[in-house]
Design a binder for this molecule. Structure first.
Ligand code: 2NL
Length: 343
């Protein structure tokens, strides 16, 4: 009995001083003292050798020793746990996170999406195509003669690997591809980026964005063209807008016209935006030239169609009174943040 008391006191002193700073050291403590082959189990096994009259007090001592060891284990475990969290990051994960700044759509995307949704209400589908084109889809199929100035190196970016390849100068090439598929009638708009070799200024850039439209069916007339475009500008600029058509020339349409709208700034009275005419030009249009239909395998005696093309930058500049084209591609947040919240 005496020797057991001494033995337990010695173990208690050892356990009291046991240093375990890390989780694996705490686990080593548990295995050594409290594990299935640990000290406490070993001492418990001694019970069978103890004389009957001593069993009761021996058991009491061992139980106290077990409780002592277990509480020391809990102590070491929580100390190691706390220490580790601090050492890892020192962060308080209960604090709210940093807010992410919310971006906004680019004005060109805003206006493009608006244009798409207006034409979709009239039954136009959106078609897309490649930005690197071949001569046929960008020029030849569109009735542009071999010597047309638009083909000039000065106006078009050619791809050096292949003299037949170029960056599309309009999205008409997408419409040619749709016509070649031969699924008639066709009623599409083609939004997209186009490229021209221009000196960059407030009014010109080497790339810009276009929406072209094409409607081909039996008995499509110039009246359909006028009413479609009139609907478009009323939705885009408001119902008080006036339109006028002026005769023009494009190789891909005959007859051709340019459409003006009454000046949004002065309401038609005359100002610097409309150069004191009361009108601003917004798009070109016309009836699809029969040569073009033939080039794409469509019978011009059965089908007619209209087409139009406009620059998204131009419409956006009019709508938001933006004076310099370069603002669209400079990524200046002071410009872009003005469109936060616009839809
Ligand atoms: C302009 C003028 C225009 C077209 C584009 C077109 C396309 C096909 C057939 C016939 Cl596939 N026409 N497009 C027609 C007339 C004018 O654009 O000044 N755009 C900014």
């Amino acid at each position: 009995m005496e020797s057991l008391v001494e033995k337990l006191e010695a173990y208690k002193a050892e356990i009291k001083q046991y240093a375990a700073a890390k989780a694996d050291e705490v686990e080593a403590f548990r295995i050594k003292y409290l594990g299935s082959k640990g000290l406490v189990k070993e001492l418990m096994a001694e019970m069978k050798n103890v004389a009957a009259e001593n069993k009761r007090s021996f058991g009491q001592l061992l139980n106290d020793f077990k409780v002592f060891t277990e509480s020391r284990y809990e102590e070491l475990k929580s100390a190691a746990g706390n220490g580790q969290e601090k050492a890892d990051t020192g962060m308080d994960y209960t604090l709210p996170g940093d807010p992410l700044p919310q971006g906004s759509r680019h004005p060109i995307s805003l206006v493009r999406n608006q244009m798409i949704s207006i034409f979709q209400r009239l039954g136009f589908a959106v078609a897309e195509g490649p930005e690197i084109e071949d001569d046929w889809h960008n020029f030849t199929a569109l009735n542009l003669p071999e010597n047309h100035p638009a083909r000039d190196m000065q106006d078009t970016f050619y791809i050096s690997q292949n003299p037949d390849w170029l960056l599309r100068t309009h999205t008409s090439s997408v419409q040619v591809r749709e016509m070649e598929k031969g699924n008639l009638p066709i009623r599409i708009i083609c939004p997209g980026r186009v490229y021209r070799n221009e000196t960059i200024s407030a009014r010109a850039h080497c790339f810009f964005h276009q929406v072209e439209g094409l409607y081909i069916a039996e008995q499509v007339s110039f009246a359909d063209l006028k009413q479609t475009l009139y609907f478009f500008v009323k939705e885009m600029f408001g119902s008080s807008v006036k339109v006028r058509f002026r005769p023009s020339y494009f190789p891909f349409t005959e007859p051709s016209a340019e459409m003006d709208i009454s000046c949004l700034i002065c309401g038609g009275k005359g100002c610097s935006v409309c150069k004191h005419t009361g009108w601003v030009e917004i798009l070109g249009c016309g009836m699809v030239h029969p040569n073009l239909l033939e080039n794409c395998g469509i019978d011009p005696n059965k089908y007619t169609g209209f087409a139009f093309g406009m620059g998204i930058e131009r419409i956006t500049m009019l709508k938001y009174q933006i004076k310099d084209l370069r603002l669209f591609s400079e990524n200046d947040l002071r410009f872009l943040q003005q469109f936060t919240g616009a839809v």
